[in-house]
Write a protein of this length. Structure first.
Length: 232
């Protein structure tokens, strides 16, 4: 398996990869597909290659949900299995179409039990997700919408591996926990500053360094945490 497919899988020995993946090919994840719903038992673990998956809280009374993590080829969907919990605590929704490896949850559990290296490596990723979740909570409470939007767009760029991607204002409002008008104003401000182009859900980041300066510090914290913990 090429090292560039999924960063968590790529650190495993080839024999372990074969146990998990067998002879299967990557599957395609289509945008807006729910990989798992809150409260469901998990059948598969997903390792994105060039797809992007949004991790959302359980819906509130008005059916709104907050995005607490974003998963691309740096991570996995189903990390809670490492804690011995079969039931999904979140909803996983495909934000960006693309390929992913799909691993049977029972096979994943068996390998985690017998493979210490895999267990330790993936447990570090659980820590990274916990940091990202905590950072998102603080970000939602203390940072303005424009800075949070910049962070969200940068996170999507990193996981889509492209400065161009598709994400609607309605979805951004949903995952950022704000009204659509707030996203419209924030996007307009970033556009006036010539940091992004935005039209009918098609986003192009024009000035990556400028957008990083416009983002809140949570974006840099996320990147530092991943680099320090996963690559250690």
């Amino acid at each position: 398996m090429p090292q560039s497919t999924n960063m968590l899988l790529s650190v495993l020995p080839p024999g372990v990869q074969r146990k998990l993946l067998g002879s299967q090919e990557p599957i395609r994840l289509e945008r807006w597909t729910a990989l798992v719903e809150h409260g469901e038992s998990v059948e598969y673990v997903y390792f994105p290659i060039d797809s992007v998956v949004s991790i959302l809280t359980a819906p509130f009374d008005d059916n709104a949900a907050l995005e607490v993590a974003l998963v691309g080829n740096e991570g996995m969907v189903g990390a809670w299995l490492l804690l011995g919990v079969d039931t999904a605590p979140v909803r996983a929704l495909v934000q960006g179409s693309g390929l992913a490896w799909r691993v049977d949850a029972n096979a994943f559990r068996r390998e985690i039990v017998v493979n210490r290296r895999m267990r330790e490596s993936f447990s570090r990723y659980v820590y990274v997700q916990l940091v990202q979740l905590a950072q998102t909570i603080a970000c939602t409470r203390f940072h303005v919408v424009e800075a949070r939007l910049a962070r969200s767009l940068l996170m999507t760029r990193d996981r889509a591996h492209s400065r161009r991607f598709h994400v609607t204002q309605a979805f951004l409002a949903h995952v950022l926990g704000v009204r659509r008008a707030g996203v419209t104003r924030a996007a307009s401000s970033l556009r006036r500053s010539r940091l992004i182009r935005y039209s009918r859900g098609d986003v192009e980041i024009m000035d990556e360094r400028g957008l990083e300066r416009a983002a809140c510090g949570c974006y840099a914290v996320d990147k530092r945490t991943y680099a320090a913990v996963i690559n250690s």
